[in-house]
Ligand binder design. Structure first.
Ligand code: CTP
Ligand code: CA
Length: 227
């Protein structure tokens, strides 16, 4: 039996999905990044497309092949990602921020490779906070638009997740316990708690990222249908 929404629940809708770990360059040959594989975001892009949406996948470098038929926008840094999202969001119906966004970026990017020097045992990097993309999006979000975030937490999962849901004005948030090594970053499987703007929580089973993505897209479609 199909759910009332059916398989084409995002027909005619335009969905932006972000994926992968952003890279913050230190010098021409080095960057700071994180463990994100991009698998969750790519799975969401695929599920959204299967639900009938027109999908734009804004992606940091990954080892993955994007699903056929999605528009791919490659980015590297958080600033690139912010610009790519903010340029496109006004025309979109929904945004799913599955990217693992760097929270800090080097204050200066060295033009030349940073050298070891004889009188230095170490190197102190000066970093500054990156822009919070979802917080920027919240400022321009229209009532018909839906935003979805992921919360990566190693402790106080639900409390931290609830806080992010409200502070970023999200319609839906997937809370992810990244302290577990059997799920999350890099794994093929995941388990998340989906929390909507009413505080309604749904825990998914531990299953493939494709399955999780399908559940998430289903909820996204339901929320979009009420707007
Ligand atoms: N995010 C964002 N811009 C950033 C950092 C994160 O849009 N500069 C998005 C992520 O893509 C994710 C959500 O915000 O959908 C939550 O990311 P997370 O790293 O869990 O939370 P932060 O707000 O960065 O807080 P912290 O890392 O300190 O827990
Ligand atoms: Ca963060």
């Amino acid at each position: 039996e199909l759910s009332p929404l059916g398989q084409q629940s995002l027909q005619g809708k335009s969905v932006i999905v972000t994926a992968g770990g952003t890279r913050e360059r230190l010098d021409p040959v080095r960057f700071l990044t994180n463990d994100s594989s991009g698998k969750m975001g790519y799975a969401v892009a695929e599920a959204a497309q299967q639900a009938g949406a027109t999908v734009t996948l804004i992606t940091a470098p990954t080892r993955l092949t994007p699903p056929a038929g999605v528009t791919v926008v490659p980015i590297q840094s958080t600033s690139d990602l912010a610009q790519a999202v903010l340029d496109r969001f006004p025309q979109a119906d929904a945004l799913v921020m599955a990217a693992a966004v760097a929270d800090f970026q080097p204050l200066d990017v060295a033009d030349q490779k940073i050298k070891k020097s004889a009188d230095n045992d170490g190197l102190i990097l000066k970093l500054r906070k990156t822009p919070d993309i979802l917080a920027e999006v919240a400022k321009i979000k229209q009532p018909h638009q839906v935003t979805v975030g992921f919360a990566a937490e190693t402790q106080n999962l639900l409390a931290n997740a609830q806080h992010k849901l409200h502070s970023k004005s999200l319609d839906l948030l997937a809370a992810n316990d990244v302290s577990r090594t059997d799920i999350g970053f890099n794994s093929d499987d995941n388990q998340v708690t989906l929390i909507d703007a009413n505080g309604e929580q749904t825990q998914t089973p531990k299953t493939s990222k494709i399955q999780i993505a399908t559940l998430l897209v289903d909820q996204l479609a339901k929320i979009l249908a009420t707007k």
